[in-house]
Design a protein around this ligand. Sequence first.
Ligand code: AR6
Length: 173
Amino acid sequence: MARIELVLGDITEQHVDVVVNAANSSLLGGGGVDGAIHRKGGPDVLAACRKLRAGHYGRGLGTGQAVATTAGRLPATWVVHTVGPVWSAAEDRSALLADCHRNSLRVAADLGARTVAFPAISTGIYRWPVESAARVALTTVAATDLPEIATVRFVLFDRATYDVFDVVASEVV
Ligand code: AR6
């Protein structure tokens, strides 16, 4: 099993092989993590995303799927873009949130990545409650055994989110 780390910080500053982007199905940018990755990664990231849209992903990236591009000017080597589910109180979409994590790790392993950094997918603009998202993210990563991946780092942007991940990690990992 990969070592799981929690850090308080900015995902665009991580020196890892892969940073995971909390993207949307257009792959063409947005706010939050997505905006920061495109801003700091620069035009090569957007160009690679446009190429994906012109090819296999003409209809966009489905919720729970993952695909890689260059990381452009980021310190990471690759960005793996995934689309989290929008929170719904009426419908349990946890399986899709788990898919995001599992599929991102598989794409990273196929690239030969050893270190992968995730943000708290779906907990911002997509409004997923942090404790529930942390439980899905941490249990899924802990259960996804890919020998290539040595370290998975959750990069939490604020202290409150970090503290919730820390409590959940002590229960499930
Ligand atoms: N580093 C680490 N975490 C961050 C950063 C950062 N630089 N910036 C924000 N966060 P969000 P979502 C935290 O909204 O909920 C975009 O428009 C943030 O505080 O980035 O999956 C996409 O294009 C929150 O805890 O992702 C989609 O349309 C977490 O990262 C939509 O937002 C996720 O927040 C995706 O929404």
